[in-house]
Design a protein around this ligand. Structure first.
Ligand SMILES: *Cc1c(COP(=O)(O)O)cnc(C)c1O
Length: 381
């Protein structure tokens, strides 16, 4: 049976089931070699030469993710940032790029840095606002449109299919940062995106024990080979051990994401009308401006990312973050453990993050414990 005729859930659950023909091992071996011997004709075997260009375990991880994404190819990097850096580096010099003004903040820092050095032209648009996106695109000049959905901060939702149509009409490609919506809920390539990007550090791995980034695409994407070359120059391929751990994490992607989504929905509903809470920003709530698009675009659940805006005096949100006993006060997202973050403190002032905002990454613990923990933390001063 062809693997890609199987349901994605089966593909993920058996992500390690690539029987080693000699031993029958259900779990494939982890390759750590930095170099590969040529064969008797002095040819490369399976295309491997030197691990800076890739190695077998990394290729296995790429194949599994390409299948899950419904793409033809994937490229793994040693972080999400190195993947996005490589995409920008592969664009022609001076290319015009359009991205959200509210997005993963280090990605935005990189765009601004490259723009200030004259490497790219850069215009931003308001996340989730398609008219603002259309206005930021310059037909014939814009080469890359970069969206993030749901987007860091307020989890605003951008309609991927419409964004793709706008990008393509202008002669640009669309890259979708789908970190907060892994392929068990959203497959950006099927909606028209040219590149699906994930910080695989987050849901794809899910265990907070590595950093990784991945790009997926369909055959024939013009920029792909250049991105691959850049990865080779920069030496940012995901090493074998991390690829092996990532493959193990992928195996439980669907169950982790389902539990996370159920927990998050229950928690969001609980705090939506809570006296200490001004607003819950969660795309799974009908009160969220992106709810309708999210319902269409996140078919396997709304995930675990939300923000709470608190009522009350300044300092309350930071006090609550410090008072949690189960929520861990750490950055990142998408792991099995729940995290809480006072974004203003972590990302810095001047980024438009409200002082009363708490960002939550909901894990797979008992939701009753999570709700009780937040309840007691909201009492803190
Ligand atoms: C974490 C993150 C990144 C960057 O990925 P790293 O693996 O930390 O380099 C990019 N986009 C989003 C939405 C993220 O959450």
């Amino acid at each position: 049976m062809k693997r890609n005729s199987l349901s994605p859930q089966t593909q993920a659950a058996q992500a390690l089931h690539m029987l080693d023909r000699d031993s029958g091992a259900v779990v494939p071996p982890m390759h750590s070699a930095s170099t590969f011997a040529r064969d008797e004709n002095y040819e490369k075997r399976d295309g491997y030469i030197y691990s800076r260009y890739g190695s077998p375990t990394t290729t296995q991880g790429e194949q599994i993710i390409a299948e899950l994404e419904g793409g033809d190819m994937a490229m793994l990097f040693n972080s999400g940032m190195s993947a996005t850096v490589a995409v920008l580096e592969a664009l022609p010099m001076g290319a015009h790029v359009v991205a959200q003004s509210m997005m993963y903040h280090v990605g935005l820092d990189w765009l601004n840095r490259q723009a200030s050095r004259g490497v790219i032209g850069f215009d931003s648009f308001e996340a989730g606002n398609l008219a603002s996106l259309e206005a930021a695109i310059t037909p014939g000049k814009t080469k890359l449109v970069w969206i993030e959905t749901p987007a860091n901060g307020d989890w605003s939702i951008t309609d991927i299919a419409t964004a793709a149509a706008l990008a393509h009409a202008a002669g640009a490609i669309l890259m979708c940062d789908s970190t907060a919506a892994p392929p068990c809920t959203t497959r950006p390539l099927a909606l028209g995106a040219d590149i699906s990007f994930h910080s695989a550090t987050k849901y794809l791995n899910g265990h907070s024990d590595l950093t990784a980034g991945v790009l997926s695409a369909r055959e024939g994407l013009e920029i792909w080979d250049e991105v691959l070359r850049v990865r080779g120059f920069q030496g940012t391929v995901l090493p074998g051990f991390e690829a092996w751990l990532l493959i193990r994490g992928l195996r439980t992607l669907f169950v982790r994401y389902n539990q996370t989504s159920d927990n998050a929905m229950a928690l969001a509903r609980h705090f939506e009308n809570h006296p200490a809470v001004e607003r819950v920003l969660y795309p799974g709530l009908p009160s969220h401006p992106g709810y309708d698009v999210a319902t269409r675009q996140m078919t396997g659940g709304f995930g675990g990312m939300m923000s709470l805006l608190l009522n009350g005096a300044e300092g309350r949100a930071l006090a609550a973050a410090k008072a949690c006993r189960i929520f861990i006060p750490a950055t990142s997202l998408g792991g099995v453990e729940s995290l809480i973050e006072h974004r203003r403190t972590v990302a810095g002032a001047g980024r438009g993050i409200p002082e009363n905002l708490l960002r939550l990454s909901i894990g797979i613990e008992s939701v009753d414990d999570l709700i009780a923990d937040l309840e007691q933390a909201l009492e803190a001063r």
